[in-house]
Design a protein around this ligand. Sequence first.
Ligand code: FMN
Length: 206
Amino acid sequence: MYFDTRDYESNWRNIYKLAITFVQPRPIALVSSMSPDGVRNLAPFSFYNMVSGNPPVVMFCPSYRRDSTEKDSLHNVESTGEFVVATVSEQIVERMNRCAYDYTPDVDEFEKSGLTPRPASLVAPPLVADSPANIECKLIEIKRFGTDPGAGNLVFGQIVAIHVDDTVLADDGLPDPAQLQAIGRLGRWTYCKTTDIFDLPRPTQP
Ligand SMILES: Cc1cc2nc3c(=O)[nH]c(=O)nc-3n(C[C@H](O)[C@H](O)[C@H](O)COP(=O)(O)O)c2cc1C
């Protein structure tokens, strides 16, 4: 198969559908944010990663809706400059999925999803107590890729605090994947678990 995507405008949905089936597995950020009026919001984003170590920076990417409006997470982070990212473990995958419904901005998505809020240390949006790992972030900048439906808005946030449940830590003090049980996003309606893993040390000589 070969697909020339330079003239993407009329075809962007098909290109997107195709690309997310091979740009995978993707980690999932469950983003907690707060509206300027104090309404708590949760939404999953699989366009997510850590992109800098020093300073520690993560990014997630809310796209414009089909009617070109901003998703609530984007609006909230833009307005307040703060967000939390919770790791999506197997235990919370169903509740995470409920947060992908397009609720109006006045709806508290902790209440709708059944996930439990816990106060963060340095930012207003709550942590997700049911998740084994949460990071508190302050907005650095937003890089926009246009204003059309589907256009991404790359949100960069500096990690200002990290919370990891002691129960998921291995002897080396880092999270044990077998305990963390993070899930990944594939294409279609498909997800993966992190149970089938292997080690591969870097080469020490050419
Ligand atoms: C696993 C998963 C991953 C998702 N990843 C993204 C993403 O990377 N970017 C995006 O714009 N929407 C993504 N969505 C859809 C949003 O979660 C959905 O539009 C949500 O309603 C946005 O909520 P908000 O308006 O409260 O921000 C994803 C949905 C799921 C279930």
